[in-house]
Design a protein around this ligand. Structure first.
Ligand code: B12
Ligand code: SF4
Ligand code: SF4
Length: 283
């Protein structure tokens, strides 16, 4: 079977259009809007660049993920990465944008149950390719996906969905560390590596942080962050961010909403010019 970008994109959209595949579970609402999809070749020079940049001893190339799973070598020229963006819904975004110290339980439902849907999509797509004779792996669902400590970047993982999305033409980083996609930053990402040729999505940027408007004086995410974890000089302070999510958000969600399933913040993703578009390119 020969696969095309259009086929894969439709497969992903159709999957997410099924209500049971796209749900906040705790509320009768979809977790995400329609996904957008990008593609890259494992032979793209940015993959080895990011392996070196993040941690050459820990970060894996697309072919290394396949080789570890299937136990034989793969030709990067024939391997592709399918990367997608799952946009938060307008309702979730608006409610979070109205918050100043802690997001809504809905935002946390998306982190917990929406992310479970996102991983289920990755697993379903991985299974679909494998069943059709194309070796595939979804790193975020793999037993050997892991986080690590890094002197340079504090927290890292052996497969970064944002760096993958950047390589796949979907967007560039913002001052707060979030990746600003074509449909903005209030999103989640996912990906699957497949042993077949798909056409890489052209990147309409050359700089890794091109869409971010900090260079033109935007400080919106700095103002949105209740933890003081974002600055023009230092970018994103992950330690402060993580501590705020684990301690303050956890306490407020319990006190305000009697909610204790999960505790993430993400306030820098809403109420900012890059929330649901590339800033300056709002449709
Ligand atoms: C660890 C982790 C965290 C950590 C650290 C985040 C981080 N920035 O690394 C903590 C706990 C703080 C965290 C918090 C959040 N997270 Co988180 N997290 C992850 C995870 C598991 C791994 C991230 C990782 O691998 N980082 C690797 C390091 C290297 O990334 P980095 O330091 O940011 O990279 C910088 C450099 O590479 C540099 N850079 C890039 N290119 C170049 C080129 C050159 C030349 C140079 C010089 C530099 C440079 O810029 C990057 C950004 O500053 C991913 C899932 C995944 N596997 O991808 C989700 C993920 C990043 N998180 C996500 C989300 C949504 C969040 C939260 C909003 C919480 C929430 N759910 O509401 C907050 C947002 C915090 C913020 N301001 O970004 C989303 C990203 C959404 C987005 N728009 O980008 C992800 C991708 C999960 C997903 N499936 O969608 N998270
Ligand atoms: S809010 Fe402004 S400074 Fe922050 S990431 Fe978005 S465009 Fe960049
Ligand atoms: S997730 Fe919250 S604490 Fe972390 S940088 Fe964004 S606004 Fe600040």
């Amino acid at each position: 079977m020969n696969f095309t970008n259009e086929f894969v994109e439709k497969w992903i959209r159709d999957y997410m259009a099924v209500p049971e595949h796209n749900t906040m579970v705790r509320l009768p609402l979809p977790a995400f809007d329609t996904p957008i999809v990008g593609f890259s070749s494992a032979a793209d020079a940015l993959y080895p660049f990011y392996k070196e940049h993040i941690d050459p001893n820990f970060y894996r190339l697309p072919t290394e993920w396949l080789e570890k799973r299937f136990g034989h070598p793969f030709d990067p020229e024939n391997v592709s990465v399918i990367s997608w963006v799952q946009p938060q819904t307008e309702d979730t975004r608006k409610k979070a944008a109205a918050c100043t110290d802690c997001p809504t339980p809905e935002w946390n439902h998306v982190r917990l149950h929406g992310e479970a849907c996102n991983r289920a999509l990755a697993k379903a797509l991985e299974d679909f390719f494998n069943e059709n004779g194309v070796e595939a792996i979804a790193p975020m669902c793999a037993e050997d996906f892991s986080w690590g400590d890094s002197d340079k970047y504090y927290l890292i993982s052996n497969w970064s969905e944002r760096h993958t999305a950047l390589i796949s033409g979907l967007g560039t980083f913002g001052l707060c560390d979030g990746l600003i996609s074509k449909v903005g930053k209030a999103v989640r990402y996912g990906s699957v590596i497949v042993n077949c040729k798909l056409t890489p999505t052209p990147r309409d940027y050359t700089e890794y942080n091109e869409y971010c408007q900090a260079k033109n004086g935007c400080t919106a995410c700095i103002k949105r962050c209740p933890a003081g974890a974002i600055s023009l000089e230092g970018g994103h302070d992950k330690k402060k961010c993580q501590a705020y999510q684990k301690e303050v958000i956890k306490r407020i969600l319990k006190e305000r909403y009697d909610y204790d399933e999960f505790s993430v913040c993400g306030l820098c993703q809403t109420g900012v010019p890059c929330e649901h578009c590339v800033p300056g390119k709002e449709k």
